[in-house]
Design a protein around this ligand. Structure first.
Ligand SMILES: CSC[C@H]1O[C@H](OP(=O)(O)O)[C@H](O)[C@@H]1O
Length: 356
């Protein structure tokens, strides 16, 4: 892969999807070919594909693959099969709302297609491809909207980010890293500081890789160094992604984001969340309602073949935490910049009354 070539983690190719295997980066740039719903579910669960928008896109293709796995022309039997495929995909990971709305959008497309089973299959493929293409345009818009929040001084800024909210986590370009890319293109970026993001190290392995691919200056730090860097005035602003945002602006993101928000507030460093409108779950009043995924403890105690801890001890491995809206300076979306308590303004007008 040449430097500066765009990164697309999900590629449709001749009746299959090619996924960049994110569990092998940065040491190996390889793809996994998926053309069955169960394999797509496994790819989401094992984080071959990860990141809120990306798993929504992956699940959408998973529904389409499921539609090809039943031989029937009977509509009800076909739709019942789709529902069972949807249940499997919903069970993969609980926090990122993109997974759930993408599945719902696919099922809605199927129910609204009054043609033959084969015509429904065609609609499902078109819908999955639309979800993918729309997300890329959304990330480009988020990135460019992010330019509006950049302080006038210094001319070249340092931006700290957590986990990977980059091209690998989306259809391409990224959300938080979309802001970074747009700032870099505009000559407004001095350097990215990437939290390594224990335990799965998405920052060290994925964000650093994306930046290195494009020649964007990047410094990897351990999560525990972020406070020191802000205390030393090394960080001009923080931009992170999101997996689910409640209607009041409380935001679920990778574990450690809440720590970062507290430290940023303590040091008066602006703290931004970059996310598509589709990551806002208007059905939830507050972040306490967002389900937090707990993952296998081996992610904590095992690095490669090495065990970090003695046997016989307990572990707790929540993959996400909730940053309260009051710690968030603003939320950068494809529709513009919103204060966390203004999110109802960016909801489509026909649904707005559900929030009040
Ligand atoms: C652009 S959303 C990225 C979001 O998803 C990541 O979680 P995971 O790597 O477990 O899928 C992380 O929370 C990122 O901010």
């Amino acid at each position: 892969m040449s430097q500066n070539s765009p990164v697309y983690p999900i590629i449709w190719q001749k009746d299959s999807v090619l996924l960049i295997d994110q569990t092998r980066l940065p040491n190996e740039y390889s793809f996994v070919e998926i053309n069955r719903s169960e394999d797509m579910a496994q790819a989401i669960k094992t984080m071959i594909v990860r990141g809120a928008p990306a798993i929504g896109i992956a699940a959408a293709y998973g529904i389409y693959f499921g539609a090809r796995e039943i031989e029937t022309n009977e509509r009800q039997e076909f739709l019942q099969h789709l529902e069972s495929v949807a249940s499997l995909l919903r069970s993969t990971r609980p926090t990122a709302v993109n997974l759930f709305w993408a599945i719902s959008r696919m099922l809605k497309a199927a129910y609204e297609t009054m043609g033959t089973v084969e015509e429904i299959r065609e609609t499902l493929l078109q819908t999955a491809q639309a979800i993918n293409n729309e997300d890329l345009q959304t990330c480009l818009a988020i990135g460019d909207n992010g330019l509006k929040i950049l302080p006038a001084y210094p001319e070249k800024l340092t931006i700290l980010t957590h986990c990977n909210a980059g091209a690998l986590a989306t259809a391409g370009y990224g959300t938080a890293l979309g802001v970074v890319r747009s700032a870099w293109k505009e000559g407004r970026l001095a350097r990215v500081y990437a939290d390594e993001t224990r335990p799965r190290l998405q920052g060290a392995k994925l964000t650093a890789w994306e930046c290195a691919q494009e020649g964007i200056p990047v410094t990897v730090i351990t999560d525990s160094m972020a406070a020191h860097c802000m205390q030393q005035n090394m960080i001009d602003l923080v931009v992170v992604g999101a997996d689910r945002i409640a209607a009041n602006g409380d935001t679920a993101n990778k574990i450690g984001t809440y720590n970062l928000a507290l430290v940023a507030r303590a040091h008066n460093v602006p703290f931004y969340v970059a996310a598509p409108i589709s990551t806002i779950d208007f059905s939830l009043i507050a972040g306490s309602q967002i389900p937090i995924e707990e993952r296998h403890p081996a992610e904590i105690y095992q690095v490669g073949d090495n065990l970090l801890t003695p046997g016989g001890i307990e572990y707790y491995n929540p993959a996400f935490d909730i940053t309260p809206a009051e710690l968030i300076t603003a939320i950068i979306t494809e529709n513009g910049i919103f204060a966390p308590n203004e999110l109802a303004l960016c909801q489509p007008r026909e649904n707005i009354m559900e929030v009040f």
